[in-house]
Write a protein that binds this ligand. Structure first.
Ligand code: URA
Length: 187
């Protein structure tokens, strides 16, 4: 993907302007995938390895995708709203989100996914500009600029709520990923 290199280079300048941040995390997966997964921001493991969703939550996310029959190398492009790890893993500030959004939009334009999954509240608010609880909005298809968008629970929330019983966040998320698999197969 031609734009990838320049996104990375430009981001080095953004990240270097903040003294506590040293590594940018742009993406992993297939830049030609129909499905883009957008999370919040890299954590420690992501910063260390330079790829999104490679820590504990990422491993759970991979498992949920694979269990739904989605190939994590071929079918998915993973990225985050914010490209640099916020100090002490705090939530990104409104300013950080605003500064990073043009780069996320550029990624969306370049990858051109048909389906976007918004993982957690930060991604939901950044893209759809709505403040809604994930538990209310998750699992619904929303039309956004000609693309199909679905919000889902963040895997870090699922790690704290691991019950797989019927009616739990984990069981809803499994059914959300099955819907997503059906959709990418159909489109
Ligand atoms: N959480 C996110 O939202 N993104 C990552 O890359 C890792 C954890």
């Amino acid at each position: 993907m031609t734009g990838k290199i320049s996104i990375k280079k430009d981001f080095e300048e953004v990240c270097n302007s903040s003294n506590s941040i040293n590594k940018i995390v742009v993406a992993r997966g297939n830049p030609e995938a129909k499905l883009m997964i957008i999370g919040e921001a890299p954590g420690a493991k992501e910063e260390e390895l330079g790829e999104p969703f490679v820590g504990r939550s990422g491993k759970l996310l991979d498992k949920l995708l694979q269990n739904a029959g989605i190939d994590i190398n071929q079918d998915v492009y993973f990225c985050n709203v914010v490209k640099c790890r916020p100090p002490k893993n705090r939530r990104p500030t409104k300013t950080e989100i605003q500064e990073n959004l043009p780069w996320l939009y550029q990624q969306i334009r370049l990858v051109n996914p048909i389906v976007i999954v918004l993982v957690g509240a930060t991604a939901l608010e950044a893209i759809l500009k709505v403040k809604s609880r994930i538990s209310i909005i998750r699992g619904n298809w929303i039309d956004w600029e000609g693309r199909l968008v679905m919000p889902v629970f963040h895997p870090s929330y699922l790690l704290r709520n691991p019950s797989k019983e019927k009616g739990t966040p984990m069981s809803f998320t499994k059914s959300d990923f099955s819907k997503i698999k059906e959709k990418i197969d159909f489109l």
